[in-house]
Design a protein around this ligand. Structure first.
Ligand SMILES: Cc1cc2nc3c(=O)[nH]c(=O)nc-3n(C[C@H](O)[C@H](O)[C@H](O)COP(=O)(O)O)c2cc1C
Length: 494
C-alpha cells in the first residue's frame, strides 16, 4: 500500500478527483461520489481530509468493504509534524453553541418514568438531538402531507367496543412469518441509527431481544451487520432483513446470502425508492451550514441516489427467489393492485408503507388502503399464506389495534423508537415497548378482545376513513412535538 502525506491527500479535493481518509486508509471516491446514497455534499465536505468521524457517525466500519470494490483503497496517510499539531489544536477548540445547547437540554431531560407515550419521547428528542439528526429523522418528503396523514388517518377510525367478555387475561402473542412473537408490533428498518444514538442498531437489537419483539435490520445500518447479529439476546431472537436492491446485483446477492446465513427470518425488499424523496428540513440545515446561496439552485443538495436500482420490476422477483429461501415480502406497497401482484408472484407478503411519508408526498396513508388491500386479496382468493404488514404513523396502542382489526398481521414502528433511543438509549426503547404494550392491553380489554385472534374488523367503524374532509379532533400531543426547525439563514428573512 502506498504512503501519501496529508498535504498530498489534500490536493485531491474536487468532484473529479476526490480522496478521503477513513480509519487510516485513503479512498479514491471520485467514481462513487454520484452514487452515494446520502448525496454528494457530505462527501465533498470531507474531500481531501480525514472523514473518519463523519463516516463513523453514519456507517458501520465494514461498509466500504461490503459495498465497494477493493480498488477504491489506494494507500495510507503519513503524518507530517505540522499537521499533527493542527489536528490537536482543532480538537482542543471550544465546544460549539450547538454542543452546549445539547448538553444543557440533556441535563434538563425528565426522568424516564415521567414519559407516558410516544409523543413524550419525541418532545424530549426534539430538544436533545443535533439539528442534523433531528432533520434526518423527523423529515418527511416535500410538504410532509403524507407523513402527517399517516397518523391523522387513524383519527377517522372509531371503535365499536364489546362488553360482557371475559378479559381478565390479555394475551398478545402472535405469529409473524411462522415465528412466535410476544407482541404484534416490530421495530422497523431505519438507516443510520447511530444518528440517533452512538450504539445505533445494536441498542435496538438488545431492547427488542429483551422484550421479545422482532427487529428489521436496515441494509444501510450504521453498525456492522455482524455486530447487530452478535448483539442478539439469545440465539432464537427473531430478526428480519430490509433489502435495497442496488445496481450491482452481485453485491446485492452477497448481502442476501449473508443475511440468510446469519439467520434472518424474512427478507423485506424496499420497493418505493427508485429515487430518494426530498427532505427539505435536512436540505435547509445542510445548505445553511455551507453556502445558503446553493439553496437557490438546489445543485448537489438533494440526496438523489444512483446507487439504488431504479430498473427493479416484477420480472426481478424470479431472480430474488432464486438467491434465497427466506420468505420475501415487498416493503413500500401503497395500492391494492400491487399487493395482489405480489401474492400472484408467490411472495409471502407485503408491508403497506410509504416510507413514513419520506418518499412520495400525497401517497395515501397506509391505514387508509389496508381495508381495500385485504378486500382485494380475499376476492382473488389470495389471502391465505400471504401476510400483510403495515407501518407509518403508528403512535398508540389503539393505532395497533385498529391496524390488526383491519387485517394487518403486525405493525412496524419507526421514528418513535429512534426518538426513545436518542433520549435514553436501550432503556428508552424498552420503556416505549412497555408503553405500547400497556396501551394495547387497555385497548384490548376495553374492546372486549382478550387475544389477537379476537380482534375483528367489525370492532372498528371506518365509514369516514376515505373522507379526507371530515373534521378531526386536534392532535395536541402530535402538534406540540412536531416542528422545531424553522427556515434559517436567507430563507428566514423572506
Ligand atoms: C430516519 C429513517 C430512516 C429510514 N430508513 C429506511 C431504510 O433504510 N429502508 C427502508 O426500507 N425504510 C426506511 N425508513 C422507513 C421505515 O422503515 C418506515 O417505513 C417508517 O419509518 C414508518 O413510519 P414511522 O416512522 O411513522 O413509524 C426510514 C425511516 C426513517 C424515519
Amino acid at each position: 500500500m502506498r504512503n501519501f502525506t496529508l498535504s498530498e491527500i489534500a490536493q485531491h479535493n474536487k468532484k473529479d478527483d476526490l480522496w478521503i481518509i477513513i480509519h487510516g486508509k485513503i479512498y479514491d471516491l471520485t467514481t462513487f461520489l454520484p452514487e452515494h446514497p446520502g448525496g454528494q455534499k457530505v462527501i465533498l465536505k470531507c474531500a481531501g481530509k480525514d472523514a473518519t468521524s463523519a463516516f463513523d457517525s453514519h456507517h458501520p466500519p465494514d461498509m466500504i468493504e461490503r459495498f465497494l470494490s477493493p480498488d477504491v483503497c489506494i494507500g495510507q496517510p503519513v503524518m507530517e509534524k505540522s499537521h499533527e499539531d493542527n489536528a490537536n489544536i482543532k480538537r482542543q477548540q471550544t465546544e460549539t453553541d450547538e454542543e452546549e445547547r445539547i448538553q444543557l437540554a440533556r441535563k434538563n431531560m425528565p426522568s424516564i418514568d415521567e414519559l407516558y407515550n410516544a409523543y413524550d419521547f419525541e418532545s424530549v428528542a426534539k430538544t436533545i438531538l443535533s439539528d442534523d439528526a433531528w432533520g434526518y429523522i423527523s423529515s418527511g418528503t416535500d410538504d410532509e402531507i403524507t407523513m402527517r396523514e399517516n397518523h391523522s388517518a387513524y383519527h377517522r377510525i372509531w371503535f365499536r367496543p364489546r362488553v360482557m367478555v371475559d378479559v381478565s387475561k390479555i394475551d398478545m402473542t402472535t405469529h409473524m412469518l411462522g415465528q412466535k412473537a410476544s407482541l404484534p408490533f416490530y421495530i422497523t428498518a431505519a438507516a443510520f441509527c447511530k444518528t440517533a444514538h452512538p450504539n445505533g442498531e445494536m441498542a435496538l437489537t438488545r431492547a427488542a431481544g429483551r422484550k421479545d419483539i422482532i427487529q428489521m435490520i436496515p441494509t444501510y445500518a450504521s453498525c456492522s451487520f455482524k455486530d447487530i447479529v452478535r448483539a442478539r439476546i439469545s440465539s432464537n431472537q427473531i430478526q428480519w432483513y430490509q433489502l435495497y436492491v442496488t445496481r450491482d446485483r452481485k453485491a446485492t446477492q452477497r448481502i442476501v446470502e449473508e443475511a440468510e446465513a446469519k439467520g434472518m427470518k424474512g427478507l423485506f425488499v424496499t420497493v418505493d425508492t427508485p429515487e430518494l424523496g426530498r427532505h427539505l428540513k435536512e436540505m435547509r440545515i445542510n445548505n445553511q451550514r455551507d453556502d445558503p446561496s446553493e439553496m437557490e439552485t438546489g445543485e448537489g443538495t438533494v440526496s438523489v441516489s444512483s446507487f439504488f436500482d431504479p430498473s427493479l420490476n416484477w420480472s426481478d422477483i424470479a431472480w430474488l427467489k432464486s438467491i434465497t429461501k427466506m420468505p420475501i415480502l415487498l416493503k413500500g406497497v401503497t395500492r391494492l393492485e400491487d399487493a395482489v401482484l405480489s401474492a400472484q408472484h408467490g411472495l409471502q407478503g407485503v408491508v403497506l408503507s410509504n416510507h413514513g411519508g419520506r418518499q412520495m408526498d400525497f401517497a395515501p396513508s397506509t391505514i387508509e388502503i389496508l381495508p381495500e388491500v385485504m378486500g382485494a386479496l380475499q376476492r382473488e382468493g389470495l389471502d391465505k399464506n400471504f401476510e400483510v404488514y403495515i407501518d407509518g404513523g403508528i403512535r398508540r396502542g389503539s393505532d395497533i389495534f385498529k391496524a390488526i382489526a383491519l387485517g394487518a398481521k403486525g405493525v412496524g414502528i419507526g421514528r418513535p423508537f429512534l426518538y426513545a433511543m436518542a433520549c435514553y438509549g436501550e432503556r428508552g426503547v424498552e420503556r416505549l415497548i412497555d408503553l405500547f404494550q400497556a396501551e394495547l392491553t387497555m385497548c384490548m380489554r376495553l374492546m372486549g378482545a382478550p387475544t389477537i385472534a379476537d380482534i375483528k374488523p367489525d370492532m372498528v367503524d371506518i365509514r369516514n376513513l376515505k373522507d379526507h374532509f371530515v373534521a378531526n379532533p386536534t392532535d395536541y400531543l402530535a402538534k406540540y412535538a412536531y416542528e422545531r426547525m424553522q427556515p434559517r439563514g436567507k430563507l428566514s428573512k423572506l
